[in-house]
Design a protein around this ligand. Structure first.
Ligand code: SF4
Length: 349
C-alpha cells in the first residue's frame, strides 16, 4: 500500500494552488475542466479570472456561451468551456444547484467523463474514487513495471483497478491529488527524480532501471498538416470575424477560412470568402503564412488582406466587425489571434 508514504510526502510538498485555497465543489469542478489536457501554470491565471467573474454554479448557469468562451480565450479545447456552462445549467435544473457527489451522477453531466467524475467525487466529496490521468497513469505504470502500452483500453483498465485498490478509506481526495502531484513534480515524463521519491522503495521500474523508458505507448501516427486560406477582411478601421460553427474550435471567433487548394487559387478563394459575407471587395493582397501546432494536427494558414470598398452591413449572429482591441472581449483561439495580428499589422490584438 502506498497511501501512507504518499500522503506524508504530499502534506510536506504540495503546491499552493488557487483551487486548493478556499476549496469548494464548484472550484474543484472548474479547475478539473480547465486542467484537462492543460498544465497547472497555464491554468492558474484563467482560473482566477473565471471564478472572479462566475463565483458559483448559478452565475455560470446564467451566462451565455460567448461570455464563457471569451474568458477561455487562449486556453484551448473550447468544447470544455461550453460543456462547463452546460454542466452548470444541468446542475441548476436537475440537482437544485448542488453539484452531485457521486461519480455516477457526475457522469451524467455534459463534458464529464470518467476522469473528471472521479476527480470531483474524490477531491470535493472524499468519495473512494480514482482519477486516472496522464500523471497518475505514468506513476502507476512505473510502480508496477507495466510493460504493455498504456494507450490501450485493457492496460488503462488494469492501471485504474490498481489505483482504485490503493485509495485509502480516509483522505481519498488527498490521495488522488498526491499521486497527480507526484507525477507532476517527481515522477516526471523524461527525468523521474527517483532519488527523492517517497515511493522509491516499492517501485519496480526503479528496481529494474527502466524508470525513464516507461510508460510505453503505441507508435504514433504522423500528425496531419492542414492547409487553409484565411481572409483578413478590413475597411481600414475594423476587421470582420466569424464564429466557427464546428470542429475543435467551435464557438470561437476567427477570420473566415477555406481549404487551401494550391497557390494559384488562393487570392480567388480569399475574395470569395469576403464576398460570401456581403461586402464589396476593393483589393486582395498576400500577407504571409501563419503556422500553428494543435495537438492532433499542424495548420498552415496562407493569409490575405482583403480591402473592402464599403463595409456594408454584415449583420448576422455568426459574424461581426471588430475594432482594434475588440478581440479581447470575444472568445478567440491563439491561432485566430496570430492570423488577425498578421492581417492588420499594427493592431494590438
Ligand atoms: Fe517514479 Fe522513480 Fe518514484 Fe518510481 S521511484 S514512482 S519511477 S519517481
Amino acid at each position: 500500500m502506498i497511501a501512507r508514504a504518499l500522503l506524508r510526502w504530499y502534506d510536506r510538498s504540495k503546491r499552493d494552488l488557487p483551487w486548493r485555497r478556499d476549496p469548494s465543489a464548484y472550484r474543484t469542478l472548474v479547475s478539473e475542466f480547465m486542467l484537462q489536457q492543460t498544465v497547472v501554470a497555464t491554468v492558474e491565471p484563467y482560473f482566477a479570472r473565471f471564478v472572479a467573474r462566475f463565483p458559483d454554479v448559478a452565475s455560470l448557469a446564467a451566462a451565455s456561451d460567448d461570455e464563457v468562451t471569451a474568458l477561455w480565450s487562449g486556453l484551448g479545447y473550447y468544447a470544455r468551456a461550453r460543456n462547463l456552462r452546460r454542466a452548470a445549467a444541468a446542475i441548476v435544473a436537475e440537482h437544485g444547484g448542488a453539484i452531485p457527489a457521486s461519480e455516477a451522477a457526475l457522469r451524467t453531466l455534459p463534458g464529464i467523463g470518467p476522469y473528471t467524475a472521479a476527480a470531483v467525487a474524490a477531491i470535493a466529496f472524499d468519495a473512494r474514487a480514482f482519477a486516472l490521468d496522464g500523471n497518475t497513469m505514468r506513476v502507476l505504470a512505473r510502480l508496477t513495471g507495466e510493460r504493455r502500452p498504456v494507450d490501450v483500453p485493457a492496460t488503462r483498465a488494469a492501471l485504474h483497478a490498481r489505483g482504485l485498490a490503493e485509495v485509502p478509506r480516509r483522505r481519498a481526495g488527498d490521495f488522488n491529488q498526491a499521486l497527480m502531484e507526484l507525477g507532476a513534480l517527481v515522477c516526471t515524463p523524461r527525468s523521474p527524480r527517483c532519488e527523492i521519491c517517497p515511493l522509491a522503495g516499492g517501485c519496480r521500474a526503479r528496481a529494474e532501471g527502466r524508470a525513464a523508458s516507461l510508460p510505453r505507448k503505441r507508435p504514433r501516427a504522423e500528425r496531419p498538416i492542414v492547409r487553409v486560406v484565411c481572409a483578413c477582411i478590413t475597411d481600414g478601421a475594423r476587421v470582420l470575424v466569424v464564429k466557427r460553427p464546428r470542429g475543435l474550435l467551435a464557438g470561437t471567433w476567427a477570420l473566415p477560412e477555406a481549404v487551401d487548394r494550391g497557390a494559384g487559387t488562393r487570392p480567388a478563394v480569399a475574395r470569395r470568402l469576403a464576398e460570401a459575407t456581403g461586402v464589396s471587395v476593393a483589393g486582395v493582397s498576400y500577407r504571409g503564412a501563419v503556422r500553428h501546432v494543435f495537438t492532433h494536427r499542424d495548420v498552415t494558414a496562407e493569409l490575405f488582406r482583403v480591402e473592402v470598398a464599403a463595409s456594408g452591413p454584415v449583420a448576422a449572429a455568426d459574424r461581426r466587425w471588430i475594432a482594434p482591441g475588440g478581440l479581447a472581449a470575444l472568445g478567440v483561439s491563439s491561432f485566430a489571434r496570430k492570423t488577425v495580428a498578421l492581417g492588420v499589422g499594427r493592431w494590438k490584438t
